[in-house]
Design a protein around this ligand. Structure first.
Ligand SMILES: NC(=O)c1ccc[n+]([C@@H]2O[C@H](COP(=O)([O-])OP(=O)(O)OC[C@H]3O[C@@H](n4cnc5c(N)ncnc54)[C@H](O)[C@@H]3O)[C@@H](O)[C@H]2O)c1
Ligand SMILES: [Zn+2]
Length: 360
C-alpha cells in the first residue's frame, strides 16, 4: 500500500493506493468526525459490482449510508441529477458532517463532488475512484463540476476530498478501452514532468497496457505524485497548473467536433498531444525524433493519433471556444523536451493549422 500526500495547507489529504484497501477505508471513517448518515454516489455499471462492498465496509465503520446509482455516462453530470441527489441528501436527513462518497469513474467523482461542495455549503467528501482515468486524474486536484447544455464542466467549484482510496482491484473489471483512455493521461504526465517515467512506459509496454499489478501500482502512484505536486503549487489554477492542460487544447476541440461520442477523453488527449508535439517541432523547440517517440508510445498503448471526421477549419475555430482561452488568446502548452513543457500564447495561426493538418 502506498500513500501519496496532497499538501494543500488545511485542505491537505492523503491518497491511498493498493490492492484491497478495506482496512484503510474502515480505519479512516472510524477516525473521521463524520455523523452517522451518509451517501454513496455510484453509477449503473459500478454500483452492482462494488456498491454493496463499500456499503458493508462503511457499516462496519459505524456509518449508515444509502447507495444512489445514476445512469452510467456523461449525461449524468447534470444539474438535474445534482438536484435529485440534493433531494436524496435532504430526505435521508444528512447534516453538515454527513459524508458523500464517490464510487466510480470521473463522471461520478465530479457529480458527487459538486453535490458535496454545495449541500449545506459543503459536507465531507471522500473519493473511491474505480476507473484508471479517475485514479490518475479526475479524483486528484479538487475540481468538481456538472455540465451545462452549452458546455462541459461549466458549473463547478474547487473542493478537496478528505481522502482518496484507489483500490487497484477495482481496475480488473474495467473495459479495455477505458484502460487505454487512462493511459492517455498517464503518458501526459511523463511528457510534462518526468522523462524517466516516460521511459518507464516505453520500456514496459506489455505490463503497462495490461495493467499488470506492479505496473498499475507504479503508474497510479507516480501520476498522482506528479498531479499532487503541480496542484499543491497552484491549487486554483493561476499558473503552473496549466501544464496539466498539455494536449487538451486540441482535445477539447476534437471532442466537441465529434459530439463527445466518437472519442473518449483520453483518446482525444492522445491526438491533442500529437498536435502539440507538431506545433513544438514547427517552432523549433524539439526535433522530429521527439515527435516520433510521442507518437510511437501513443500507438503502442492502443490510442489514436488522428481525429477522423474533423477538419482543420472546424478544429481551429473551436480552440477559441475553450474554457481556458482568455482574452481571445489560446495558451498552448508546448514541449521543450520529453519531461519539460512551457506555455505559449503567441503561436501563429499557420503553425497551428499546419500541425492540425497532420492530425486530421
Ligand atoms: N475533475 C477533474 O479534474 C477531471 C479531470 C479529468 C476528467 N474529468 C471528468 O471525468 C469524466 C471522465 O471520467 P471516466 O473516464 O472515468 O468516465 P466515466 O466515469 O464515465 O467511467 C467510464 C466508464 O467506465 C465504467 N467504470 C468505471 N469504473 C469501472 C470499473 N471498475 N469496472 C467496470 N466499469 C467501470 C463507468 O461506468 C463508465 O461506463 C469526464 O466527465 C471528465 O470531464 C474530471
Ligand atoms: Zn484530461
Amino acid at each position: 500500500m502506498r500513500i501519496v500526500p496532497v499538501e494543500l495547507g488545511k485542505n491537505s489529504y492523503d491518497i491511498y493506493i493498493g490492492n484491497g484497501l478495506e482496512q484503510q477505508i474502515r480505519d479512516f471513517c472510524q477516525q473521521a468526525c463524520f455523523s452517522g448518515k451518509g451517501l454513496i454516489v455510484t453509477d449503473t455499471n459500478v454500483g452492482p459490482i462494488y456498491g454493496q462492498w463499500l456499503q458493508d465496509l462503511l457499516q462496519q465503520a459505524g456509518l449508515q449510508v444509502e447507495v444512489y446509482e445514476v445512469p452510467a455516462g456523461e449525461s449524468s453530470k447534470s444539474m438535474q441529477m445534482a438536484e435529485k441527489l440534493f433531494t436524496k441528501c435532504i430526505e435521508t436527513g444528512m447534516d453538515r458532517k454527513s459524508p458523500v462518497f464517490a464510487l466510480g469513474g470521473g463522471v461520478v467523482g465530479d457529480l458527487a463532488g459538486f453535490v458535496a461542495a454545495s449541500y449545506m455549503r459543503g459536507v465531507p467528501f471522500v473519493q473511491v475512484p474505480t476507473s484508471l482515468l479517475a485514479q490518475v486524474d479526475s479524483s486528484v486536484g479538487g475540481k468538481v463540476a456538472v455540465n451545462h447544455p452549452l458546455g462541459k464542466n461549466l458549473i463547478g467549484a474547487f473542493y478537496q476530498p478528505k481522502a482518496v482510496f484507489m483500490d487497484l482491484n477495482t481496475l480488473q473489471t474495467l473495459p479495455k478501452r477505458e484502460i487505454y483512455t487512462g493511459l492517455g493521461e498517464i503518458i501526459k504526465y511523463g511528457i510534462i514532468y518526468d522523462a524517466r517515467f516516460f521511459q518507464y512506459l516505453e520500456d514496459n509496454i506489455e505490463q503497462v497496457a495490461s495493467l499488470a499489478n506492479e505496473a498499475a501500482a507504479h503508474m497510479t502512484a507516480r501520476s498522482c505524485e506528479i498531479k499532487a505536486d503541480v496542484v499543491s503549487q497552484d491549487e486554483k489554477e493561476l499558473g503552473l497548473r496549466a501544464i496539466l492542460n498539455f494536449g487538451h487544447t486540441a482535445a477539447h476541440a476534437i471532442e466537441k467536433n465529434t459530439g463527445y461520442t466518437k472519442y473518449n477523453h483520453g483518446e482525444a488527449v492522445a491526438i491533442g498531444m500529437v498536435c502539440a508535439a507538431y506545433i513544438s517541432k514547427a517552432l523549433g523547440m524539439i526535433d522530429q525524433s521527439v515527435v516520433d517517440r510521442v507518437i510511437s508510445l501513443i500507438l503502442k498503448l492502443h490510442l489514436p493519433i488522428k481525429a477522423q471526421g474533423c477538419t482543420v477549419e472546424d478544429l481551429y475555430r473551436d480552440i477559441f471556444h475553450d474554457k481556458k482561452t482568455v482574452g481571445g488568446k489560446v495558451k498552448w502548452i508546448l514541449m521543450e523536451s520529453i519531461g519539460q513543457v512551457c506555455g505559449n500564447s503567441n503561436v501563429p495561426e499557420e503553425i497551428v493549422k499546419g500541425a492540425m493538418q497532420k492530425i486530421v
